[in-house]
Design a protein around this ligand. Structure first.
Ligand code: DHB
Ligand code: FE
Length: 302
């Protein structure tokens, strides 16, 4: 994909978000439609290069359908329940909520399998709100933010090394996060594109320093079919506050991860089950209202 395609795609995302809601409060339809458009345009993450091996398709399709049949038999599922489930599945598709739903309720298991073979910093889910081709910055860097961006200033610093401790020069941190209300640029109306997103290159010792704000916890949209399921089941719709990162370097395997905040709400009950104890930051106050934290990343060599 070219930069122009991405610019066009991004503007389509902005327009679809703006067109579906003139208010300042994002709806499930905003987030769902934008997340679906983004997934389709981000080919490196959509699995479009996966070969279809019919033995593998047979194995997985049989296992998946078998699991569904098992639930139906075990729980005496009725016709009205089957028809309600069918309608709900159609609503998730119509609302463009499949990326949201799958990344909240399924991706953590895929990531668990992927992480079995990855050394270094723990990974976790990508989620539906990554956008490629964001502004390129050099450490020390400040993420793009609105002039009146609310939230506690956060100075996030650290170093990237490989598994034997050797610094990785000019490693790259692609970072994105929610704002102080828990909303992501590109997926909610009224937030400028690229806000709180950036691709930061470290110095020649792998050292980085990024100024941003502390994100708020994220709430899965409550007004769509995913929200209806969560409410219907009596669950809560929250993810703990987090920073998203793709950490990469020439000759090294990219780590897809998130960092959380000690003492924050929902750390022990993440609706997406994507927290890990190794990924919790504990920033300290530096006096002027700013908080500061160091976190070092370890990348495996290819
Ligand atoms: C979802 C949102 C996130 O911000 C995230 O990190 C993971 C999943 C979601 O709504 O699917
Ligand atoms: Fe997120």
């Amino acid at each position: 994909m070219t930069t122009t395609d991405n610019a066009v795609e991004q503007s389509a995302l902005d327009q679809s978000a703006a067109a579906t809601s003139p208010t300042t409060s994002p709806t499930a339809a905003d987030s769902g439609a934008s997340a679906s458009a983004s997934f389709r345009s981000t080919s490196q993450y959509s699995g479009s290069g996966t070969a279809t091996d019919s033995a593998r398709v047979d194995t997985l399709a049989r296992a998946l359908l078998g699991a569904v049949h098992h639930v139906i038999r075990d729980h005496d599922v009725t016709y009205p329940e089957f028809q309600a489930a069918k309608k709900w599945l159609m609503d998730v598709g119509d609302g463009g909520e499949w990326p949201l739903f799958l990344d909240v309720f399924v991706e953590h298991a895929v990531e668990e399998v992927a992480s079995r073979t990855q050394a270094g910093t723990k990974g976790t889910i990508l989620g539906p709100y990554y956008l490629p081709e964001q502004v390129q910055l050099t450490s020390p860097a400040t993420l793009p933010a609105r002039p009146d961006e609310k939230g506690t200033p956060l100075l996030f610093r650290g170093q990237i090394t490989d598994t034997d401790g050797t610094p990785v020069p000019h490693a790259v941190l692609d970072i994105w996060q929610a704002d102080e209300k828990g909303y992501y640029s590109g997926f909610a109306p009224d937030i400028p594109s690229g806000n709180l997103r950036g691709v930061v290159t470290t110095d020649d010792k792998g050292v980085f320093e990024i100024t941003t704000i502390q994100p708020a916890p994220y709430q899965v949209p409550t007004d769509g079919p995913t929200g209806a399921l969560i409410a219907g089941a009596g669950w809560h719709p929250w993810r703990p506050a987090h920073l998203h990162l793709l950490v990469s370097a020439e000759g090294h395997r990219t780590v897809t991860t998130q960092l959380y905040f000690a003492g924050g709400d929902y750390l022990d009950s993440d609706v997406a089950e994507a927290t890990k104890p190794e990924l919790i930051l504990d920033p300290t106050d530096v006096g002027d209202g700013t908080r500061q934290v160091t976190y070092d990343f370890v990348l495996e060599r290819n």
